[in-house]
Design a protein around this ligand. Structure first.
Ligand code: GH3
Ligand code: MG
Ligand code: MG
Length: 440
């Protein structure tokens, strides 16, 4: 399942609960039109299907069982779920509700499969209301998108599993697979379109799931298919599915937390601790394999003045832009991190003095060439000074290399900034340029 996390701004809870202040109304018009259309469409088709349905006793029993299981799961995982939601402040995110709603797709008449989605999300809404994360339009829209997905899923499933030309088993497998694909596509499309129209991100990938997330989502649907089978054949075993799902989703959360703990929030680079760990591993390998390694310490020039002149937000944006510039000039396996304030570090495996100096010079040039547009519309140009040290010439330990590169950095600052220097006063390919338009 995917929840559309569209930014709602910093409104207070009472403002958010008051319908006139709903962030919904501040969505761009196109996003609002698509969102309301999908909600109305999902609601109307569900009502038509409910009226047409003629549920058996076992349909109603299965509906109740899935609703109860999802409610128990929701309550049991309330805290971790909230935490997960907070981590996905931007972009779509996955949770386990598809297990129940997709099982409903395979087991229930269309109208009841859709009603199950509404029940599941009504409970989600209730839980959100209990906490401060009360964004009713997000939950309502997600519910509408999933309701449509469920309706499409049931239609595909029943039409494919009714094919008489193939064996019953093959038709059932085809039905489940088709329902899965239909459910996923409609879900992803509905969420991505509205998120795209609402946020207009530079890249489409910001509103779609990443490959590993798609894998989790597919695994969730497969679990939903197993749940459906368990409900049919051994209903008393269904609570065991709950345990499985809790274990699976908690395991995924641990992985997310590990990544979050290693990442610098402002730039997306490694934070100092994580960088040191990775850089240390690179250095040990260099020692083992008798290879060179280069260390870069990159410090932005007169950054305090930029903050003073354009504000801290512009400063933060500059840090993010510079991080992108640095990453762009390095290889995937180089370790890049934010060491502190406006200071970045990189450890380059297999780079001797010449290679490291070349890379440092490229990074310097790229930062100098990259304009940063502040919120007030002004264009800022930044420059950086870079100190370079290499293993084994300037030290065998990581701290020695950083110290040597730091000393070289001071030399670059002394030389007038916007410059690259190699440790211990070496003169190889030293460059120095006065800053173009750094604020005084
Ligand atoms: P120099 O050319 O000598 O390096 O001058 P500088 O102004 O860059 O150096 P200084 O160390 O005096 O100032 C660094 C400034 O970086 C101080 C602080 O305001 C700013 N800074 C540190 N961390 C952040 C941050 O996370 N965001 C923003 N916006 N500014 C930061
Ligand atoms: Mg600085
Ligand atoms: Mg500094």
């Amino acid at each position: 399942m995917i929840i559309a996390s569209v930014a709602d701004g910093g409104k207070s809870r009472s403002q958010r609960t008051d319908i006139r202040h709903w962030a919904l109304w501040s969505l761009p018009r196109q996003a609002l039109v698509v969102l309301l259309t999908i909600e109305v469409l999902a609601g109307s088709v569900m009502i038509i299907e409910l009226v047409r349905a003629n549920p058996t006793k076992s349909d109603l029993g299965r509906f109740a069982l899935l609703a109860v299981l999802s409610a128990i799961y929701g309550e049991a995982e309330d805290r971790t779920d909230r935490f997960r939601r907070g981590r996905a402040a931007k972009g779509p995110y996955i949770d386990a509700t598809s297990v129940w709603t997709f099982a409903g797709v395979l087991l229930l008449p269309a109208g009841y499969a859709a009603l199950l989605v509404v029940v599941v999300y009504a409970h989600t809404m209730l839980r959100a209301h209990r906490h401060r994360s009360w964004y009713p339009h997000r939950i309502a829209y997600t519910a509408a998108a999933i309701t449509l997905s469920a309706l499409a899923g049931t239609a595909i499933n029943s039409s494919l599993s009714d094919i008489h030309q193939i064996s019953t088993g093959a038709a059932q497998v085809l039905g489940v697979a088709g329902a899965m694909v239909g459910y996923r596509l409609i879900n992803e499309l509905a969420i991505a379109v509205v998120m795209y129209l609402a946020t207009r991100p530079a890249r489409l990938t910001e509103v779609t799931l990443k490959p590993d997330e798609i894998a989790v989502e597919m695994a969730t649907l497969i679990l939903g298919a197993f749940t459906a089978q368990t409900v049919i054949q051994m209903p008393w075993l269904t609570p065991a599915v709950l345990v499985l799902i809790v274990m699976m989703f908690r395991g995924l959360l641990v992985k997310k937390l590990e990544v979050a703990a290693a990442t610098d929030g402002k730039t997306g680079l490694l934070n100092a601790t994580a960088w040191r760990e990775l850089a240390q591993r690179h250095l040990w390998r260099a020692v083992r394999e008798d290879q060179a390694a280069g260390a870069l310490v990159i410090d932005l020039d007169r950054f305090k003045a930029l903050n003073d002149q354009h504000g801290h937000l512009a400063g933060d944006l500059a840090l993010k832009t510079v991080a992108e510039c640095i990453k762009h000039e390095l290889r995937d396996y180089d370790a890049v991190g934010r060491y502190g304030g406006e200071e970045f570090v990189a450890l380059l495996p297999n780079a001797g003095a010449n290679a490291a100096m070349r890379v440092a010079e490229r990074v310097r040039e790229r930062i100098e060439a990259c304009p940063i547009t502040a919120e007030d519309g002004t264009t800022i140009h930044l420059t950086a000074s870079i100190g370079v040290a290499t293993y084994p010439t300037h030290g065998n330990e990581l701290d020695e290399l950083i110290r040597a590169a730091d000393t070289a950095l001071y030399a670059a600052k002394d030389a007038g900034r916007n410059a690259v220097r190699l440790a211990e006063g070496r003169t190889a390919s030293v460059t120095s340029h006065e800053p173009r338009s750094t604020p005084a």
